[in-house]
Design a protein around this ligand. Structure first.
Ligand code: ADP
Length: 922
């Protein structure tokens, strides 16, 4: 947990007033949470809580009484606006314990006990245990994740102990677990789930998710006890009833379950039975491996700036409901490797794409369908309001509508693809509940049950009778007002309800004296402008009306509770909610496919890879945004063929030519294909990818003290350690950020390894054009370049991938395009010409390749570039020379001189003593 959000220490409770003593007792139960202490219409915060909340919410800090001689800092938020304040506090990383009054306010009087009202904590609000719509993002899950370290297994391939992970979405009841092989797999899981709050053993590193760490947990019980206690709330004797769970999964499962129970004051929300996602050796079983760097570079659900606008999700989604968005987001975040499941998803949307009228009707039926799962979540923790039952009613209506669309005469269950037919079977499983809610609920539902009027007239006889009585009393009041006005001779007399005094006669001050002449009235209160009186008759009526209103409210609460119980007892609601979400995703995909620009990829269980006229959906959408669309801004589609005999593409070309776009669009094609979604291409054939590595775009990690080059090497190491023949690797500019020769050598060695050792499908984008020469010795390598045209001294990027190697870099042209001042650009141009002349004169251009010559290792040879391409003494001399250069210490002039000298060393013949030349460099 973020240490900044844990309030400072609480002062000693001794000497506290009775109300404050109660505060101290409640605060002690959750010392690291802010305590919202209900006092009338406000939640009040005290001491350090008040200071922290006032600063975070920008509300005024006041003082209330004194404690141990010091004023007590206080701030408060009105109960009716509490949600908005809670949302802000949770977003800032706070946890909030909400203490409510557990007895009704007392009217002071004889025999009425004094002292503070009793209060208790009814809920702990934390980022991972939210249920309210105001606090949740509708289209994204809200997950609480628990981790537990398992006992190291005999025969485990890694030294790290396995990690059990279990997550619950309190808002929908989802409960899943998985067992992970180690920290790498954990990083991938965190990226996929993006949990709102994480409960993890103290020493376990959470990487970029460290700020989501919840409070440290009591160690989970022994595995056997965890298994038993986890099965208990689901009415099973053993966890085995729900599948196979490892010990660590059971331990994590119990941690997450206990935390949820604790946060809801001992009550568990309605949860699905825990479902194990299996054991993953390298990553998660059955899922495409995506490490955090890959995820960051692909901007799947959010772009780098954290917004959703320019993400892959935003381009793909045509969903019309929040549950549909959540399902689509989880598909995109966690593509799979099971061919059967992928094809089933494809079949579902392809069917609708071929039945456009049906798809359009389905969209109509779903549009505005409420979020059944989240309404159910709130109802199950006793936080449901009339509109949540309304959501079930309207959701079930939408489900019936959707069912009738799928039942159109042309379709039968037999012709529907399997996912659609499964969904269809669920849809009308709760018709009885729908009818009942339809009869029971008023057409216009109040926001809160306490507002009254949730239950329709005619549904419950007793409620109707209470209401009649209550309303009748109101009529009686109106009649009495007229009667009193006449009797007391005050035409402006009103009978009003007053919070403390109940019903009173209210007259202007000017009429007070006249009122007092009547012996039957008693003055209750006088203000500057009016006087309030009561009579015995009015007091009696007040009591009767109050009782009738209370009886009505009580009856309404009772009827509501019985309806909630009926809804919670209906076992099919979660399946109906899921079926509706699936139909929404399917119609969303069908809508994309209907544009004719998104295809259904063919997936296979081999190493095929061929995209025809593929596009980058986000870049394309940005180019064709209204106002920008023009012939110039049209997106250029590109093919990508990484078939086994040319599985590695070397991509050269200047900056801004479209290399990164091409790399990313290829990676995104894999994500979409294995999520079971349509692709932005004319056609695609993809052999299932087990792990996808994308390293595109600078990834500085200066915050953690790593230079760009260090990060790049760490990420390169991860690829070389984990990629295999079923993987796809797209990398941009490996070897930048160090000296040219260093970089070139690293790029060369990595390229060779990917080709010969990992043997994965690869696109390797580089500025080292020299690497093109490796095509002669690496048979799977096909050099490609971004085509560029020069026109009237200007460079024109065509964004087209063509065969070949870039002839030049065009860097100076790009500098001009970027607005580098003209004199600098011209000077750079002259320098470049001069450098190129020197380079041409010194043959060969880089001894690296000359030396490599025939010694370039063959396809399957051990790639040992150092011995095969350099003379060791030359390498040593090279290192000394490079080490001697301190780029940050050099003036531009010295740098240029150093460059000339370095080049002259390499141009010199081999019998020149390189080491001695180094001494003359400066
Ligand atoms: P590089 O990685 O070569 O520097 P980028 O991939 O970043 O180049 O592309 C630079 C810009 O060129 C993009 O922002 C986009 O506007 C445009 N672009 C890239 N690829 C295409 C394409 N295939 N069709 C049209 N415009 C493109």
């Amino acid at each position: 947990m973020n240490p900044d959000v844990i309030p400072d220490e609480v002062p000693l409770a001794e000497g506290a007033s009775p109300a404050m003593a109660q505060w101290f007792a409640l605060k002690a139960r959750h010392p690291d949470a802010l305590l919202f202490f209900r006092m009338g219409d406000f939640y009040e915060l005290f001491f350090a809580d008040a200071e922290a909340a006032a600063a975070a919410l920008d509300i005024s800090l006041t003082a209330r009484g004194r404690h141990r001689g010091e004023p007590i800092a206080m701030c408060g938020v009105p109960v009716h606006a509490a949600q908005a304040y809670l949302a802000r506090l949770i977003r800032r990383g706070f946890r909030v314990a909400v203490a409510e009054q557990t007895e009704p306010a007392r009217k002071p009087g004889p025999g009425v006990p004094k002292g503070p009202l009793s209060r208790d904590i009814v809920r702990l609000v934390t980022a991972g245990t939210l249920t309210e719509d105001e606090l949740l993002e509708p289209g994204r899950p809200s997950l609480l994740l628990a981790l537990a370290e398992g006992p190291a297994r005999r025969g485990a391939t890694r030294f790290a102990a396995p990690i059990g992970a279990a997550w619950i979405d309190v808002s929908t009841g989802l409960f899943e677990t998985v067992s992970l092989a180690g920290p790498g797999a954990l990083a991938e899981l965190l990226g996929r789930l993006d949990p709102a709050e994480i409960l993890s053993p103290e020493g376990m590193a959470l990487g970029d998710f460290e700020s989501r760490r919840g409070p440290s947990q009591i160690p989970p019980p022994a595995p056997a006890a965890a298994r038993a206690r986890l099965a208990e709330p689901f009415g099973a004797a053993s966890l085995d009833a729900f599948g196979t769970f490892s010990d660590e999964e059971a331990m994590a499962g119990l941690v997450v379950l206990d935390y949820v129970r604790d946060s809801q004051a001992g009550q568990l929300p309605r949860l699905s039975r825990p479902s194990s996602q299996g054991n993953g050796e390298a990553g998660e079983a059955g899922r495409l491996g995506l490490d955090p760097a890959t995820r960051a570079s692909l901007e799947l659900l959010r772009s780098r700036d954290g917004s959703t606008e320019h993400s892959l999700f935003a381009c793909v989604s045509h969903t019309v409901t929040a549950p549909g968005s959540r399902m689509l987001a989880s598909w995109i975040a966690g593509p799979i490797t099971d061919l059967g499941r992928i094809v089933a998803r494809q079949d579902a949307w392809s069917f609708l794409a071929g039945e456009q009228p049906c798809s359009a009707l389905l969209r109509l039926a779903l549009r505005g369908a409420p979020d059944i799962a989240r309404a159910l979540g709130r109802l199950s923790v006793g936080r449901g309001q009339p509109r949540d039952l309304g959501a079930l009613r309207d959701g079930l209506f939408a489900a019936r509508e959707a069912a009738s669309v799928l039942d159109q005469p042309v379709h039968s269950l037999a012709t529907l693809p399997v996912l659609l037919s499964r969904a269809r079977i669920c849809l009308d499983a709760a018709q009885a509940l729908e009818q009942r809610l339809d009869q029971a609920l008023a057409a216009d539902l109040p926001a809160r049950l306490d507002d009254g009027g949730a239950i329709a007239a005619g549904f419950d006889g007793e409620l109707d009778a209470e209401r009649a009585l209550r309303d009748d009393s109101r009529r009686v009041i109106a009649a009495l007002q007229m009667q009193y006005a006449q009797r007391f001779g005050v035409a402006s007399l009103k009978i009003r309800h007053h919070a403390q005094l109940g019903y009173v006669i209210e007259v202007p001050v000017s009429a007070a004296a006249q009122m007092k002449t009547h012996g039957s009235v008693v003055l209750r209160q006088g203000t500057a402008s009016s006087a309030r009186f009561s009579t015995d008759e009015l007091a009696d009526l007040d009591r009767r009306i109050g009782e009738a209103a209370e009886r009505t409210a009580r009856r309404e609460r009772l009827v509501f509770a019985s309806l909630v119980a009926e809804a919670l007892a209906q076992p099919d609601l979660p399946a109906i909610a899921e079926a509706l979400a699936l139909l929404d995703v399917a119609q969303s995909c069908a809508t994309l496919a209907a544009t004719g620009r998104w295809c259904r990829p063919t997936l296979s269980d081999d190493a095929a890879f061929c995209l025809t006229a593929a596009r980058h959906p986000v870049v394309e959408a940005a180019l064709t945004r209204p106002g920008r669309a023009s012939a110039e801004n049209r997106f250029t589609p590109n093919a990508c063929d990484l078939s086994p005999d040319r599985r590695m593409m070397l991509l050269t070309g200047p900056n801004m030519a479209g290399k990164s776009t091409f790399l990313r669009q290829t990676a995104l094609a894999v994500i979409l294909a294995q999520a079971g979604l349509p692709l932005p291409a004319d056609a695609a054939r993809i052999g299932l990818v087990d792990r996808l590595f994308s390293r595109v775009g600078a990834s500085d990690d200066l915050a953690r003290g790593r230079s760009t080059f260090m990060v790049e090497m760490i990420e390169t190491a991860a690829i070389l350690n984990l990629a295999g023949p079923r993987s796809l690797v797209v990398v941009d500019e490996i070897g930048r950020g160090t000296s040219t020769l260093d970089g070139l050598a690293i790029a060369w060695a990595v390229l060779e390894s990917l080709h010969g050792a990992q043997r994965c499908r690869t696109i390797f984008a580089t500025h080292f054009h020299e690497l093109g020469e490796l095509a002669e010795t690496l048979p799977g390598l096909s050099p490609h370049t971004m085509s560029v045209r020069e026109w009237k001294g200007q460079v024109v990027f065509r964004h087209e991938v063509v065969k070949g190697v870039a002839g030049r870099s065009w860097g100076v042209h790009v500098a001009r395009l970027a607005g580098v001042p003209e004199p600098v650009v011209r000077r750079a141009g002259r320098l470049l010409a001069s450098l190129e002349k020197t380079r041409a004169a010194s043959k060969p251009p880089l001894p690296l390749f000359a030396a490599a010559g025939s010694a370039v290792p063959g396809r399957d040879a051990e790639p040992d570039t150092e011995t095969s391409t350099f003379d060791p003494s030359e390498i040593a001399a090279l290192r000394i020379a490079m080490d001697a250069i301190e780029p940050d210490q050099l003036t531009p002039r010295e740098a240029l001189d150093a460059l000339y000298r370095l080049k002259s060393i390499f141009a010199a013949s081999h019998d020149v003593a390189v080491a001695s030349s180094v001494d003359t460099l400066f």
